[in-house]
Design a protein around this ligand. Structure first.
Ligand SMILES: Nc1nc2c(c(=O)[nH]1)N[C@H]1C(S)=C(S)[C@@H](COP(=O)(O)O)O[C@H]1N2
Ligand SMILES: [Mo]
Length: 401
C-alpha cells in the first residue's frame, strides 16, 4: 500500500443516477474529498452521501440502499470516530486477557485455523434517524438520516470459540472490545471500545447465531473503513458494539470503562457525569422502519402509488418483523405492506405497499411491529445524543394535482 492519501470523489451525481437507473433521485451534489486514510489508499468506490470527511462518516441514499436485501459494500454506511488506522496484517495480533485461564495473542493465521463461520446480520447505528430529533430540540453529532443501516453477510470466527479457547473464569460477566483506532481526547487519544454481556458473547446456536470476529464482509476481505483486518459483529446490537480494527478483548466481571460504553450510547437528557452514570448502556437496536420510495422530496400524482422501504425487528434473539403498515392520512387508516423477504431475526426486511394518495395527502407514514409484540411508537422522547429514533417514519412526499 502506498503512503498517499487519495483525492477522489466519494460520490458523484452521475454514478448515483446510473446506479438508480436514472430515477427517483433528487438533490444530490458531487463531493470531492481528500480522504484521510493514514498510509493507505482508499480502494472502494463508495456510493455514499458524505456527512463528515475527517473522520469519515457517510450514508447511502435510501432509494439505492433498499434495492437489495444484502447491502453491497459500496452502499454500506461508514461511521468512524477517528481516521481509519492502517494495520499491517503480518504484525496484527488480537490479544485476549482478563478473567481467562489462558491469555491469548492471536495472529490472523491463528484465527484462520479456527473453524470459520458466517452470519447475515443487519448493522445499524444507534444514531440512525438522529436528525429527526431536531424537530423537538437540536441534537449534536453527525446529522444522520435513515440510511445508517445495512445488511451484510459477515464471515470469520465465532467469538464464543475464541472465548472457549481462552477459558473464561467463573464470575466473568462482560467481554470488552478495544479498537486500534486513536480518537483524540485531552492531550492524548483513546481507542474506540465497549463491551457486551458475556451471555450474549457465548450465546451461539443454529437458531440464533452469536457474535462474530469477522474478517470478511459479503465475501470480500473487510474493507479498511469497515475494520480491516478484524472486527466484531454482534447481531441484534447497536453498531457501536461491533468494534472495528479489533486489537484487544478483556473478559471481566465489570462492563467496559471505555468512554463509548461508559459515557456515550446511553439515553440521557443532559450530558452531566451524573446523568451518564444513571443511564444504562444501549445494547439491542430498536424496532424501526423507513420509507425509501417515493423519495421524501418527490412529488407524485394522485391515485395509487407504490411505497417501498425497510423494517428492522428489535435486536432480541428469535424476534422478527411481524408486519409493516403505511398510512397516507396521518395515521387514521393503515395499509398492510407486503414483505419482500421472509422475516428473520437480527435482519432487516424490505417491504412494499400500494396506497392511494389525494391532493390532500401531506405525507406518508410507516410503522412496523415485531413478533416480540412491539409496534413502533408515534413519538419517542428526545435525548441529548439523538439515539434510538424509532417513531413512525414520516416521508414528506408531495402530491401534485
Ligand atoms: N474501532 C471502532 N469501531 C467502531 C467505530 C469506531 O469509530 N471505531 N464506530 C462504531 C459505530 S458507532 C458503528 S455504528 C459501527 C459502524 O460500522 P461501519 O462503519 O462498518 O458501518 O462501527 C462501530 N465500531
Ligand atoms: Mo453508531
Amino acid at each position: 500500500m502506498s503512503g498517499q492519501t487519495s483525492q477522489r470523489p466519494l460520490v458523484t451525481r452521475r454514478s448515483l443516477l446510473q446506479a438508480a437507473g436514472g430515477g427517483f433521485l433528487f438533490g444530490l451534489t458531487s463531493v470531492g474529498v481528500s480522504f484521510p486514510l493514514r498510509g493507505e489508499e482508499f480502494q472502494s468506490k463508495k456510493q455514499l452521501r458524505l456527512k463528515s470527511a475527517d473522520p469519515l462518516n457517510a450514508e447511502p441514499e435510501l432509494a439505492l440502499l433498499t434495492r437489495e436485501w444484502i447491502t453491497p459494500n459500496e452502499l454500506f454506511y461508514v461511521r468512524n470516530h477517528a481516521p481509519v488506522p492502517a494495520i499491517k496484517p503480518e504484525s496484527f495480533r488480537l490479544v485476549v486477557e482478563g478473567m481467562v485461564r489462558k491469555p491469548l495473542s492471536l495472529s490472523l493465521a491463528d484465527l484462520a485455523k479456527l473453524p470459520q463461520t458466517s452470519v447475515v446480520a443487519t448493522m445499524t447505528c444507534a444514531g440512525n434517524r438522529r436528525s429527526e430529533f431536531n424537530q423537538i430540540k437540536p441534537v449534536g453529532g453527525v446529522q444522520w438520516d435513515a440510511g445508517v443501516i445495512g445488511n451484510a453477510e459477515w464471515a470469520g470466527v465465532a467469538l464464543s470459540a475464541v472465548l472457549k479457547q481462552a477459558g473464561v473464569k467463573t464470575g466473568a460477566k462482560h467481554v470488552w472490545f478495544e479498537g486500534l483506532d486513536e480518537i483524540p481526547q485531552g492531550d492524548g487519544h483513546i481507542p474506540f471500545g465497549g463491551s457486551i454481556p458475556l451471555a450474549k458473547a457465548q450465546a451461539d446456536t443454529e437458531q440464533a447465531p452469536g457474535a462474530l470476529l469477522a474478517t470478511a464482509m459479503n465475501q470480500e476481505p473487510l474493507p479498511p473503513e469497515h475494520g480491516f483486518p478484524l472486527r466484531t459483529v454482534v447481531p441484534g446490537y447497536i453498531g457501536a458494539r461491533s468494534v472495528k480494527w479489533l486489537g484487544r478483548m478483556v473478559v471481566s466481571d465489570q462492563p467496559s470503562p471505555n468512554h463509548y460504553l461508559a459515557g456515550a450510547y446511553r439515553l440521557v437528557t443532559e450530558t452531566t457525569p451524573a446523568a451518564w452514570a444513571a443511564a444504562d448502556p444501549l445494547y439491542e437496536f430498536p424496532l424501526n422502519s423507513a420509507i425509501a420510495l417515493p423519495a421524501g422530496d418527490a412529488s407524485v400524482k394522485p391515485g395509487k402509488i407504490r411505497v417501498r422501504g425497510y423494517a428492522l425487528p428489535r435486536g432480541a434473539a428469535g424476534n422478527a418483523i411481524r408486519g409493516v403498515e403505511v398510512s397516507a392520512d396521518g395515521g387514521a387508516h393503515w395499509t398492510k405492506a407486503k414483505l419482500a423477504m421472509p422475516a428473520r431475526q437480527f435482519c432487516w426486511t424490505l417491504w412494499d405497499a400500494e396506497v392511494a394518495v389525494t391532493p390532500a395527502t401531506t405525507g406518508l407514514l410507516v410503522r412496523a411491529s415485531d413478533t416480540s409484540g412491539q409496534t413502533q411508537p408515534e413519538q419517542v422522547p428526545w435525548n441529548a445524543k439523538g439515539y434510538m429514533q424509532n417513531s413512525w417514519y414520516k416521508s414528506p412526499v408531495k402530491v401534485s394535482g
